[in-house]
Design a protein around this ligand. Structure first.
Ligand code: BYC
Ligand code: FE
Ligand code: FE
Length: 478
């Protein structure tokens, strides 16, 4: 396997030291990145010692090292999985040809756009989560938040490495832009919708890491198939880290759900809020919100961009191997396309979309199925607690702002609504200002003692890396 150099200013397994020009460019970007981190990273915790995992190799066993670090001193490195010898392109028009080690000229713009869009989400998520430390439910959770944050920072590094190495001056400019846009800032917003939504409480954080990081998983799986080999190898390694982010979300929601059921049982009217918990109806509304925002991240159902990405062998399907045919020509994908009908209520017309143009929807199909798995676990816990309630993923038509459903209205079952019907009923389905205020008040007192846990969620069954749950995962330096 390729050796890792950890002694350099930038830990890497890409022989950075052999390319002085590239090394200098990245070392010039590094202080600007750290500046960004200090300004836009977790607010109020930069001096603390955090028990973090740091990637130190791409070896399956022992790729990570665990120890206390101050976040601004985290060793963000550049790691690509080892090359697959004689790897051939697995899909699209260039199928069967050797993978590319440089960017084919005619694909330059398309590829840069994919890398920049992916890269932009990583710092965006750190920005969205920067105030959550002030309301954390435990040191265990605080540490997990910071773990996710530093790794999203490393994912930005992964994309910036590609921009600097393969896109010359344009790439360096894009790398600057990645540090200049700001989540939620109307003048210089992040590129994709969900990454401009405020994430202001821990229920949203768990939903974000469950649903939105899972979009990351599927986009990375699709890019991991790329004919541009450095992108494929970079994203493969990012997926190793991604698993933990989704774990934080899935187990976070599970712990909330279990605690909610416990509190319901303690109350005569099964009123979780009366006991200082989060009621299941509120949890459902946050599922509806973050799931629908995350569905938008897959792009339009019918997309000529998606077709070009696939045709040019730049972005495939998740686990392309599992599909019987890798050209996706002369095949259709049946879709129900909504059109505004009488009185402003959408109706549907069946359409056969060329499969390549439907690739965003194909990826979304996989995502929908995968999202259901955690929901089933949450529902199992609710049933085991003897509570009659089921969390449901809303229809994929619900609350969409990109693609064929944008600008139209549907209920959580996917039934068409007029604008007035939507306005009258949307608060049943989406978090209201009152929900937001309730969660803020519930979480207003952070828990910074190692042996304590907020009332609104259960402790986790295990700590991190064999440490007890009560371990001091973050040493505060007030
Ligand atoms: N918000 O043809 P269309 C992650 C724009 S998450 C706003 O439908 P396309 C992470 C689009 O730019 C994974 N605008 O879409 C998770 C286009 O604009 P122009 C991130 C949007 O291009 C948690 C127009 O609408 N990875 O890693 O086929 C924490 C029509 O576009 C949105 C990637 O995104 C939106 N949601 O597909 C941290 C992978 N969607 O050209 C990290 C790379 C679309 O008309 N990106 N638009 O001005 C891609 O593969 C594609 O760009 C997308 C969009 C799938 C995102
Ligand atoms: Fe990421
Ligand atoms: Fe992530």
């Amino acid at each position: 396997m390729s050796s890792v150099v950890n002694s350099d200013r930038i830990p890497n397994n890409v022989h950075l030291g052999d390319d002085k020009k590239l090394q200098r460019a990245l070392e010039a970007w590094q202080p600007r990145y750290v500046e960004w981190w200090k300004q836009m990273g977790p607010e109020g915790f930069q001096e603390d010692d955090v028990y973090l995992r740091t990637a130190i190799s791409v070896d399956h066993e022992g790729w990570a090292h665990f120890d206390y670090v101050k976040m601004p001193e985290y060793r963000w490195g550049i790691f690509l999985t080892d090359p697959v010898p004689d790897r051939k392109i697995g899909f699209g028009d260039f199928m069967g040809e050797p993978v590319w080690q440089t960017v084919p000229g005619e694909m330059r713009n398309m590829l840069r756009r994919l890398i920049v869009t992916q890269g932009d989400t990583e710092p965006a998520s750190v920005e969205q989560q920067r105030l959550l430390g002030k309301t954390c439910p435990s040191l265990y959770d605080l540490r997990n938040l910071f773990q996710v944050n530093v790794e999203e920072g490393r994912h930005l590094w992964a994309m910036v490495y590609l921009l600097h190495s393969y896109f010359g001056r344009d790439g360096r400019e894009e790398a600057e832009g990645l540090l200049e846009r700001r989540s939620g800032n109307p003048d210089k917003p992040r590129i994709l919708g969900a990454f401009n939504e405020p994430c202001t409480n821990w229920l949203s954080f768990f939903m974000f890491t469950y649903f939105t990081d899972r979009d990351g998983k599927y986009q990375l799986l699709a890019l991991a198939e790329s004919g541009f080999d450095p992108l494929a190898r970079t994203t493969r390694f990012m997926l190793t880290e991604e698993a933990h982010h989704m774990f934080v979300g899935e187990t976070g929601v599970l712990r909330v759900v279990k605690r909610t059921c416990e509190l319901m049982k303690q109350n005569k009217r099964e009123d979780a809020r009366a006991e200082g918990g989060i009621d299941l109806a509120t949890i459902q509304r946050y599922v509806n919100f973050w799931y629908s925002c995350s569905l938008d991240l897959f792009g339009g159902e019918i997309s000529s961009n998606a077709a070009s990405f696939f045709a040019n062998s730049l972005k495939g399907r998740a686990k392309e191997d599992s599909y019987p045919d890798h050209k996706a020509l002369d095949v259709g994908y049946a879709m129900q396309v909504p059109v505004i009908g009488e009185g402003g209520r959408p109706t549907f017309r069946g359409e056969e979309v060329p499969l390549r143009n439907a690739m965003n929807e194909v990826l979304r199909d996989e995502y929908v199925e995968d999202s259901q798995r955690g929901v089933d676990k949450w529902n199992k816990a609710i049933a085991e607690a003897g509570v009659s309630f089921q969390i449901k993923l809303p229809s994929r038509r619900f609350h969409r702002r990109t693609g064929i459903h944008a600008g139209m209205h549907f209920d959580v079952e996917g039934n068409p609504l007029t604008k007035d019907e939507w306005e009258a009923r949307k608060h049943q389905w989406l978090p209201s200002e009152a929900d937001e205020a309730y969660l803020q008040s519930l979480m207003s007192k952070p828990v910074y003692e190692a042996n304590q846990m907020a009332n609104w969620l259960q402790p986790p069954p295990h700590g991190i890396k064999g440490k007890p749950v009560e371990f001091e995962y973050v040493r505060r330096h007030p």
